[in-house]
Design a protein around this ligand. Structure first.
Ligand code: ADP
Ligand code: MG
Ligand code: MG
Length: 883
């Protein structure tokens, strides 16, 4: 087997597309060689060897030694040197490089091959003893740290002591003799710590470093990183061995990093930093303050330290040319590493540069406009989930700010609400239609429901990766964490700041983009999306097949959805319309009614309110489809729960508390999710569905008149398992339609369809499609009922399942393609087989998840529907799915 691939001198055995075999770094080094760029020669030991190594009890195949020796010989030939030969000294770096860039792997070892003898050769060779000893002491430090496992602080200490003793400020003040002394101290320390002298044999050093790279694949940091990023263990890492070039050979040498475009703004300008007389790691390590590459950047930063453009104009010019060439070749913004050795430029790495969302949008749009990539490619370059950061409201910059504290900007966007100190309170107040900010010292997994209920989260302790921050970002909720000057007293129910005391319900505003906490409500601006964002969205719209609708029932949500480009409402949950004060009263009257007559009387009160809601929605969505779902939750959700609440509600309604209690008890269910809900309500209480249908048709007539656009309501019956259920409810709806339309003397088109959210419905979708004019996949319930897992109870074990590798993804977040997805596919096929072009959509939470959206495209759904803020994400993901 070929385990080793050489590169150098304008040729390479590998290329960029060999990333799986050679790792990202190795493949790109090979590619740069093939492009004829100046790259120090070297070779890559493949990722396959890593797999072999672990499959064989951490042993190498016998032929590896020969292959490495041959490659090393070749490197020496190109460099005009020989590894281990003091006369023609060749030093190398040993660099790890997996397929995906992976922090947590072994750090790079530079200057390998130095020992007490060769260091003298390096000194003689370069004519610079100071440089030679500096390189050697770096090597001892790095090698001992990453290969021998000796903490680098040991060396930092020695260095700091020497610096202090000699009265130096910076490392560059050390003379050759000083470094020689440091080297002696380092070696002594290694021997006393490890009981063995520092390895002097270059080959022993090399194999030590190679072994350390392969072993680091399994170190705990790397294992954790892989688990978090779903990187399979089988991938393995490659090892790159490369001839050293020296950025620390005096004032005409330098090392630096660059991006071909600005990674935070996307601006088309070379952006980067360098240090004169330094080696690779120094730039990132922040040992000295680096200098700007270009004069323009230097001026902008107001720095007096000269730019590379100024100090090494020739090497700079070559670098600019190479950077341009690489960007054009890879057709993407590149992140580059380079070193200048005595005026000669060497390239050490290139890869696609990481960037902010804003920069990603600008770069993609610019590159498409430059003709470097197609519009479709531009669309595919943006991670849909990353748009989330751009889509949140912000505080009006002109607003007066009464700042009471500041913390970390843990999750973007601003939010206003009354403060609450527990998650239960948050949920309760939200249930009453109030907006709340959850204030905690810190949050834990028990707070998830409160975080869901809150508009924003404020903690007094914890950083950017605290529980609150991570979860809030995941939910797309604003969060300020670690606002340390705030004092929260749970027992007293107060929050104090700057001598002011805030109690439960007092309104504050948090700005998760700046970390500010403000007293009171502050005017907000809806997100202003840049021209680049609109351009990408436009191109995405041109590329996608599926329509994108929103799940919305309030006018605010509907307007937000439209402003984000929703093409209709895919799910209007009518029960949400019954929670407000006046309505819940009528709702409770209805529920407490003993006779149909009483029930109808209570429903008559709800009718005008419900109708007005629908009129508004139809008007906002003028000309676009609106799907309205009949009442879905079990009725007891509208009733008071605690003894205390029962008393209050009974008094407010003027009914006997005992009667209310009995009714509440009678409606109690052991498993409400599988209880008296969905179309089962319409079957038992047809008058509820009839009232809702009447409200829909009357509203449609009114809105059609006011907007001049035809309204085609889509009425959706939830939780249907049998065609006969749907047939019964559809009969009710048709009856109402006839009555209302006859009364008004108009004709409107409407559709009656169903949600597919029970396995039985999916299995019998053909039968159901006889009645249903459309299907909407309710994948939240379908996931619950397919797995037999309740979403509200799943958190406690799903995480364990994930950790133990039993499931990869939470099926409530990303659709379970094999199970739930199979039912969706089956139902779609059966439905279409029965009723040709019936409209198919999805309205579960999955409608906003890019992976699930790709599945929907695959199945051929007509539209996806998601929460308003996810509409742009869904538009982009739908386009990518179609590309
Ligand atoms: P990382 O993945 O952490 O960037 P690298 O392998 O790229 O690790 O190397 C770390 C630093 O060492 C970089 O600045 C790189 O440019 C530098 N470096 C690596 N190999 C050599 C070499 N052969 N000669 C000079 N500098 C090198
Ligand atoms: Mg690097
Ligand atoms: Mg449902």
């Amino acid at each position: 087997t070929k385990w080793v691939y050489s590169f150098g001198d304008g040729r390479a055995e590998g290329r960029a597309s060999d990333r799986n075999l050679l790792g990202g770094k190795g493949a790109n080094l090979a590619e740069m060689c093939n492009l004829g760029l100046p790259v120090p020669p070297g070779f890559t030991i493949t990722t396959e060897l890593c797999a072999h190594y672990y499959a064989n009890g951490r042993a190498y195949p016998p032929e590896l030694v020969t292959q490495v020796e041959e490659a090393l010989e070749e490197v020496g030939r190109i460099a005009g040197r020989r590894f281990g030969d003091p006369q023609r000294l060749l030093l190398v770096s040993v660099r790890s490089g997996a397929r995906a860039s992976m922090p947590g792997m072994m750090d790079t070892v530079l200057n390998l091959g130095l020992n007490d003898e060769t260091v003298e050769a390096l000194a003689a060779d370069s004519g610079d003893a100071r440089f030679a000893y500096d390189s050697y002491r770096r090597f001892i430090q790095m090698y001992s740290d990453v290969v021998l496992g000796l903490d680098h602080e040991v060396f930092e200490e020695i260095l700091a002591d020497e610096k202090a003793r000699l009265g130096y400020d910076v490392d560059t003040e050390f003379s050759a003799a000083d470094w020689l002394h440091v080297i002696a101290l380092y070696k002594e320390r290694v021997e006393s710590e490890l009981g063995e002298p520092f390895p002097q044999d270059p080959r022993q050093q090399l194999w030590g470093a190679i072994g350390a790279v392969f072993s680091s694949w399994m170190n705990p940091r790397a294992v954790t990183y892989r688990r978090l990023h779903n990187i399979p263990e089988e991938w393995g890492t490659a090892v790159n061995v490369q001839a050293m070039v020296f950025g620390n050979m005096g004032e005409t040498s330098a090392t630096g990093v660059a991006f071909t475009r600005n990674p935070s703004t996307g601006e088309k300008a070379l952006y980067g930093e360098f240090l004169v007389n330094a080696q690779g790691e120094d730039v990132v390590a922040g040992i000295r303050t680096p200098q700007s590459l270009t004069e323009a950047a230097r001026l902008e930063a107001g720095s007096h330290k000269p730019s590379l453009e100024k100090v090494m104009p020739e090497a700079f010019a070559t670098f600019v040319e190479i950077a341009g060439k690489l960007e054009a070749h890879y057709r993407d913004m590149q992140d580059l590493e380079f070193t200048i050795e005595r005026g000669k430029l060497w390239m050490l790495q290139t890869r696609a540069g990481k960037r902010t969302t804003k920069a990603a949008l600008k770069i993609a749009v610019d590159m498409a406009n430059e003709g470097l990539i197609s519009r479709e490619e531009a669309v595919c370059r943006i991670d849909p989930a990353s748009l989330d950061q751009l889509l949140h409201p912000t505080i009006d910059p002109d607003a007066a700010r009464d700042m009471i504290a500041s913390g970390l900007p843990a999750s973007p966007g601003a939010a206003t609400g009354g403060i609450v100190f527990s998650s239960d309170e948050a949920e309760e107040m939200k249930g009453r239609g109030e907006k709340v900010i959850l204030v905690r010292v810190e949050t834990s997994p028990e707070d998830i429901h409160g975080m869901h209920a809150a508009e924003g989260i404020l903690t007094t302790r914890g950083g950017m990766t605290s529980h609150a921050a991570v979860v809030a970002r995941g939910m797309g909720k604003p969060c300020v964490s670690g606002a340390g000057t705030l004092r929260v007293d749970y027992r007293a129910g107060t929050m104090t700041a700057l001598g002011r005391t805030f109690r439960k319900g007092d309104v504050v505003t948090i700005d998760g983009s700046t970390g500010q906490v403000l007293a009171g409500a502050v005017p907000m601006q809806q997100p202003a999306l840049s021209g680049d964002f609109s351009a990408i969205m436009e191109w995405a719209d041109a590329a996608r097949r599926m329509k994108v609708r929103a799940n919305a029932e309030t006018p605010v949500d509907a307007r937000t959805a439209r402003s984000f480009g929703a093409e209709g409402i895919g799910l209007c949950r009518t029960e949400h319309m019954f929670f407000d004060d006046e309505r819940i009263l009528a709702m409770r009257e209805m529920i407490l009614s003993d006779t149909e007559e009483e029930r109808r009387a209570a429903l008559a009160k709800l009718l005008p309110m419900q109708r007005a809601d629908f009129v508004e929605l139809f008007e906002i969505m003028a000309g676009l489809p609106v799907t309205i779902r009949l009442l879905d939750p079990p009725l007891h959700e509208f009733l008071p729960k605690t003894e205390e609440e029962i008393g209050e509600v009974a008094a407010a309604m003027g009914v006997d508390a005992e009667r209310l209690r009995q009714r509440t008890e009678a409606l109690h269910e052991f498993n409400p999710m599988l209880g008296h809900r969905g179309c089962r309500l319409a079957v038992c209480y047809p008058e509820i569905a009839e009232m809702q249908a009447r409200a829909v048709f009357e509203a449609a007539i009114e809105a059609a008149a006011s907007t001049g656009e035809p309204v085609v309501p889509e009425i959706m019956v939830p939780l249907v398992g049998m065609a006969s259920e749907l047939s019964f409810v559809k009969g009710l709806i048709e009856g109402v339609a006839k009555t209302v339309l006859d009364e008004a003397g108009v004709k409107i088109d409407y559709l009656v369809g169903t949600m597919i959210e029970l396995p039985r419905a999916a299995l019998n979708a053909g039968e159901i499609a006889r009645e249903a004019e459309f299907f909407s996949f309710g994948t939240n319930d379908l996931t619950q009922t397919t797995f037999g897992i309740s979403r509200d109870d799943a958190a406690s074990f799903l995480e364990v399942y994930r950790k133990k590798g039993i499931i990869e993804q939470d099926p409530f977040v990303s659709i379970d393609v094999e199970g739930v997805g199979a039912l969706v596919r089956l139902a779609a096929e059966k439905g279409r087989a029965r009723r040709g072009a019936m409209k198919l959509g999805i309205c579960g939470e999955h409608g906003g998840d890019p992976a699930s959206i790709s599945f929907c495209e695959d199945v051929g759904l007509d539209y996806i529907s998601c929460s308003p803020f996810r509409v742009p994400i869904a538009r982009l993901a739908a386009a990518q799915a179609a590309c």
